[in-house]
Write a protein that binds this ligand. Structure first.
Ligand SMILES: Cc1cc2nc3c(=O)[nH]c(=O)nc-3n(C[C@H](O)[C@H](O)[C@H](O)COP(=O)(O)OP(=O)(O)OC[C@H]3O[C@@H](n4cnc5c(N)ncnc54)[C@H](O)[C@@H]3O)c2cc1C
Length: 436
């Protein structure tokens, strides 16, 4: 059944309704930019701000440049779903290439990353609607169910990460759709209000002394002996260290990074406020949800439990809400016919960055530190990697991460424009239909 579409929506993240811009705005005018800093961070999302907090707390003079408004990349646009992201790692392929021990170490560290962020939010008392609500991952094809169970039991041999098998007969307790063939619940996964989390981080960074400059795109970074000269439009600043934290928005001045990333647009819709009975008819336990499809969708109730937030592909590289809202709304009502008459209040998109090996990357290139390529699972990872990269700048042993052992590879002739994506998407779509 197709939904009646209403174009009467706001083309902006639902999350913006709850935020206070002053919390992320720059405190000082760009005229007052200092001539030098210990570290300049390029990119004001979770990665950049998390790094800024660690560096500022260690006493460094830190400057963060953000091309747009702070958080207006993916960090205030995402679904706020939080977990160790094991399903994103593609561990079988990695194991063939790098060996079992290295892959097991990434699994252990992925869980530590998730736990670290949850503890950080609690310790710092960041008011971001953190809920350990659990996640249901549905098998989109009968053959996928066994794979989900097997993956859960393999993970359980490596780390203490509970997973509950849910048969097709039981799944009505977890999700109000017949589209799945059973699934698995990860009860310790969580959710946050991503923009409130981001604002909380910005407040900490500013309180700890980091200098945040919005609407300040970095145009060039030049290495001059042991120092860097960083140029924005009308100013230059010298720094001992530079951190690149631009993820899906990595652009021209950083061609070497850009050609190692595959930028993809991901989109979301938020329904109007709905009665609790309707929300629970979709998600009886108010969990986060995903599936085993290659071109999967994800959804969850809003933190106040009044709306369904539903995300997935944006169908193209540009931000074309008139196209992707229809695709997502049709997908949502195919899964949940009970939402056929639900109007949409918010429609938005943002850019994520995939890597050729599906692993996020952290390290040093041309003397510049970087952390990026979270493959669509960056709420936990970006915050954790931001901290790690700062510890590396500080030359602290805790900065070590198993993820630095993976070489950050590109492909011959690839410049950062993923011309091959439409063909890959078609292949994935066919594979989904056939249940591969
Ligand atoms: C619609 C959507 C849904 C998502 N859902 C989830 C989810 O539920 N769970 C999850 O874990 N992850 C999710 N993600 C992914 C997650 O949001 C990202 O991985 C994470 O926010 C990346 O953080 P970041 O700081 O590295 O990058 P970003 O937040 O994207 O920040 C990069 C910043 O760099 C800036 N920049 C770029 N070039 C320059 C320059 N030259 N000078 C200065 N600044 C520059 C950009 O303007 C941008 O603000 C989702 C993403 C999207 C778009």
């Amino acid at each position: 059944m197709l939904a009646k579409h209403s174009s009467n929506y706001i083309h902006a993240p639902y999350w913006q309704a709850a935020i206070v811009p002053e919390k992320t705005e720059a405190l000082i005018n760009r005229r007052d930019l200092p001539d030098r800093a210990d570290t300049v961070i390029i990119g004001g999302g979770y990665t950049g701000i998390s790094a800024a907090i660690t560096l500022a707390r260690a006493g460094q003079k830190v400057v963060v440049f953000e091309a747009d408004a702070f958080g207006n990349g993916a960090s205030s646009r995402n679904g706020g779903m939080l977990g160790p992201s094991f399903s994103k790692l593609g561990e079988n392929g990695l194991e063939r290439q790098y060996g079992r021990e290295q892959v097991h170490a990434t699994i252990r560290e992925s869980l530590s990353a998730f736990n670290w962020l949850v503890n950080f939010i609690r310790d710092e008392q960041i008011d971001c609607d953190l809920q350990i609500c659990g996640r249901f991952r549905g098998a989109s094809h009968p053959a996928h169910y066994a794979g989900l169970i097997e993956q859960a039991s393999e993970i359980a041999k490596i780390v203490d990460f509970p997973a509950i098998e849910i048969s097709r007969a039981q799944q009505g307790e977890e999700v109000g759709s017949d589209a799945y063939y059973g699934g698995v619940v990860y009860p310790t996964d969580g959710a946050v209000h991503p923009a409130k989390l981001f604002q909380g981080l910005c407040e900490i960074a500013k309180r700890d002394g980091a200098l945040l400059f919005d609407h300040s795109p970095v145009r060039q970074v030049i290495k001059n002996n042991s120092q860097f000269i960083v140029s924005i439009d009308d100013k230059k600043i010298t720094a001992d260290h530079v951190i690149i934290a631009t993820n899906g928005y990595t652009g021209g001045p950083f061609g070497k990074f850009k050609r190692r990333l595959i930028p993809i647009r991901s989109a979301m819709i938020a329904t109007e406020e709905l009665p609790e009975s309707v929300i629970r008819s979709v998600s009886p336990k108010l969990r986060c949800h995903g599936s085993t499809e290659r071109l999967s969708v994800y959804y969850r109730p809003s933190p106040d439990g009044k709306r369904i937030l539903f995300g997935g592909r944006s169908l193209g590289y540009g931000d074309c809400p008139q196209i992707y809202h229809k695709y997502l709304q049709n997908f949502m009502t195919r899964l949940f016919p009970q939402l056929s008459n639900a109007k949409l209040d918010y429609v938005w998109s943002g850019k994520i960055a995939y890597t050729f090996d599906h692993v996020p990357h952290i390290g040093v290139m041309d003397g510049m530190h970087y952390a990026m390529g979270y493959c669509g699972s960056g709420v936990g990872r970006a915050n954790y990697f931001g901290r790690k990269i700062a510890q590396k700048v500080l030359d602290q042993a805790e900065g070590y991460t198993i993820f630095e052992e993976f070489p950050f590879k590109t492909r011959p002739f690839y410049t950062g424009h993923p011309w091959f994506l439409p063909a890959i998407m078609k292949w994935h779509s066919l594979a989904d239909r056939l249940g591969f």
